[in-house]
Design a protein around this ligand. Structure first.
Ligand code: NAD
Length: 489
C-alpha cells in the first residue's frame, strides 16, 4: 500500500467515538502500511493529559485489536496531546506550533486532516477558529475537515452549520461522515447494480415492483437517551443513513466511478424525490415508540426520557421518485429500536411475469412468486436471489428457490470496518463515501416535511412491542398498496 502522509489533528480525542472507533481504525491502517512513518496525531480536549498519558489511553483502546506490543508501541509513538479548549483562541497558537513542529519531524509535506469528534455545536466554532488562527496549511499540502453526524437538526440549522464550515473550508475539503457509507455491502450496491447486466437492465419501474430498506436495531436507547430524545428515528437514521442508501439504489449510472460523478447522480436522484405535502406526509409515514415487555421498560420510562415524550423510536415510510426510471415504483423504508433483531438489508422486489402460464386451474400449481434480490448488509454480508423453478416431484409445480451467497464469517471479520475505510478515504482525498452538502440539504428538505406534520399531530404512544418489527401501521402502509414486507416475523 501507498503510505499517505498527513498530520491528523483530532478534536475530542478523549471522547467515546475516538477511543472506541477511531484509534482502532488508525491502528489497522498502520498495520497495513497505509500510515506508517510519515504520520502524526495531535489529540486535543480539555483534559490535562501529557503525551505519555494520552499514549497510554490510545494503547488501551487498541489493545483488543492486536497482541503485537511492539507494533502498538510504534504506533502510539506518533501520538501527541495538547490540552485545548476549542472556544479559547489562545490555545490555537500552541496547536499551531505543535503542528508545524510535527510536520517537520515526520516530513508531512504540510498535509493536514482536522477531525472534529465533538458535539456538533462545536463544528462551526472549530472550523472558523482553525482558519482565523492560521492552522490551515498554506503551502502545497492539503487541508481536510472531517465532521461527525448529526449535520443539523433541520434544513435551516444544517444550512447555518454549512455556512460556518464554508467560511473556512471548500466543499471538496469537507468530509461529512456517514459511517453507513463505509460498510462493505453498502459499497457493494454499486458493484451489484453497475457490474451486472442482469440487474441494471431491469433496474427500473418496468421490472421492479418496489424496493424495501430495513435498518433494525435490537437495543433500546441505552445511555444515549438524552441525545436520542432530542432527535428521534427520523432525524437520527432516516435523514442520513437511509437517504444515502436510497440514493445509491435510485441513482442513474455515474459517468465514471469517482466521487464527483457519483455525488452528482445521488443529488439528481434526491432532487427527484417527491417532497410531500401535509396530506401525503401523514399518510405515507408512520411512527412508533416501544412499549414495556417483561423487565424491560417502555421508552418513556427509560432514564433521561421525559414521561410524556413523543419522540419516535420507529419510523416507516413510503418514498416516491418522480422521474422516468422510478415513477410508480415505491421505496419503502423502516428503522427502529427494540426490534426483533439487529440487521440491515435491502429487498428489491421484481414484478411477477405478466402472464402466469402455470396457473391453470387443474394444475394445482401455486401462483408464481416475485423474484426478490436481497442485499444483506449486516451482520451477514452477501445477497440472495429468489427465483421460481419446477420442483422435482411428479406433475408440474413451481416453487421458489433461493440462490444465495453469504460471505463466511472469517472473511466478514477481516473486512475493513467503516472507520478504517473512511479515514483511509480522507487521507486519499476520495469523497465518494461521504455526504455532500446538496445531498444533505435535499434529505433535510424531505424529512422536514414529515417532521412538520408529526409536530402538530398527537401520536398514540407506546404502540409496538419490543421484539416485533414495529407497529401494525407499518404493515398497513404496505397492505394498503397490496404489498407486504419481505422480511417479516
Ligand atoms: P464525547 O462526549 O464522548 O466526546 C467529546 C470530546 O470532546 C471529549 O474528548 C471531550 O473532552 C471533548 N470536549 C468537550 N468540550 C470541549 C471543549 N470545549 N474543548 C475541547 N474539547 C472538548 O462524544 P462522542 O460520543 O465521542 O461523539 C463525538 C462526535 O461523534 C459527536 O458529533 C457525535 O454525535 C458523533 N458520533 C458519535 C458516535 C459514538 O458512537 N460515540 C457515533 C456516531 C456519531
Amino acid at each position: 500500500p501507498t503510505e499517505r502522509r498527513s498530520l491528523i489533528m483530532l478534536f475530542g480525542a478523549t471522547g467515546d467515538l475516538a477511543t472506541r472507533k477511531l484509534y482502532p481504525a488508525m491502528l489497522k491502517l498502520f498495520e497495513k502500511g497505509n500510515i506508517r512513518d510519515h504520520f502524526a496525531v495531535i489529540g486535543t480536549s480539555r483534559y490535562k493529559f501529557d503525551d505519555e498519558k494520552f499514549r497510554e489511553m490510545v494503547s488501551k483502546s487498541v489493545s483488543k485489536e492486536s497482541t503485537n506490543k511492539k507494533q502498538i508501541a510504534d504506533f502510539v509513538s506518533h501520538f501527541y496531546f495538547v490540552t485545548h479548549d476549542v472556544t479559547d483562541l489562545e490555545h490555537y497558537s500552541v496547536l499551531k506550533d505543535k503542528a508545524n513542529e510535527l510536520d517537520k519531524k515526520y516530513q508531512l509535506n504540510g498535509n493536514r486532516v482536522f477531525y472534529i469528534s465533538m458535539a456538533p455545536n462545536f463544528f462551526g466554532t472549530v472550523a472558523k477558529n482553525l482558519k482565523a488562527q492560521h492552522l490551515l496549511s498554506e503551502g502545497n499540502g492539503f487541508n481536510r475537515l472531517v465532521i461527525e453526524k448529526p449535520f443539523g437538526r433541520d434544513f435551516e440549522s444544517a444550512k447555518q452549520l454549512n455556512d460556518d464550515l464554508s467560511a473556512a473550508f471548500e466543499e471538496n475539503q469537507i468530509f461529512r461522515i456517514d459511517h453507513y457509507l463505509g460498510k462493505e455491502m453498502i459499497q457493494n450496491i454499486e458493484a451489484i447494480r453497475f457490474g451486472n447486466t442482469i440487474f441494471e437492465a431491469l433496474w427500473n419501474n418496468r421490472y421492479i415492483d418496489n424496493i424495501q430498506v430495513t435498518l433494525a436495531e435490537k437495543l433500546g436507547v441505552e445511555e444515549r437517551a438524552g441525545y436520542y430524545d432530542n432527535s428521534g428515528a427520523l432525524r437520527d437514521m432516516v435523514q442520513n443513513h437511509i437517504m444515502q442508501i436510497v440514493s445509491l439504489l435510485a441513482m442513474e449510472q455515474p459517468v465514471a466511478f469517482k466521487d464527483t460523478d457519483i455525488r452528482a447522480e445521488k443529488v439528481k436522484a434526491l432532487r427527484s424525490l417527491r417532497v410531500y405535502n401535509v396530506a401525503e406526509a401523514s399518510s405515507n409515514f408512520v411512527r412508533g415508540q416501544y412499549a414495556a415487555v417483561g423487565n424491560d421498560k417502555e421508552y418513556r420510562e427509560e432514564d433521561g426520557v421525559p414521561k410524556d415524550s413523543n419522540t419516535e423510536t420507529f419510523v416507516a415510510g413510503k418514498l416516491m421518485f418522480d422521474n422516468y426510471r422510478w415513477s410508480g415504483t415505491p421505496f419503502y423504508i423502516r428503522t427502529g429500536k427494540k426490534l426483533a433483531d439487529k440487521f440491515t438489508r435491502v429487498d428489491v422486489v421484481f414484478k411477477k411475469p405478466l402472464v402466469d402460464i402455470f396457473a391453470f386451474p387443474q394444475s394445482g400449481s401455486t401462483p408464481l412468486n416475485a423474484n426478490v434480490l436481497t442485499i444483506f448488509i449486516e451482520p451477514n454480508q452477501g445477497f440472495s436471489l429468489m427465483v421460481n423453478a419446477k420442483n422435482s416431484e411428479q406433475g408440474f409445480h413451481t416453487e421458489p428457490v433461493q440462490l444465495q451467497y453469504l460471505e463466511d464469517s472469517k472473511r466478514t471479520k477481516e473486512t475493513p470496518q467503516p472507520y478504517e475505510r473512511l479515514i483511509h478515504d480522507v487521507l486519499k482525498g476520495d469523497g465518494t463515501n461521504f455526504a455532500s452538502w446538496p445531498e444533505v440539504a435535499n434529505a433535510w428538505k424531505f424529512v422536514d416535511q414529515i417532521r412538520r406534520v408529526w409536530d402538530i399531530q398527537q401520536p398514540m404512544f407506546p404502540n409496538y412491542i419490543p421484539g416485533s418489527m414495529g407497529p401494525v401501521s407499518a404493515d398497513e402502509l404496505l397492505a394498503r398498496d397490496h404489498r407486504e414486507w419481505v422480511f417479516k416475523l
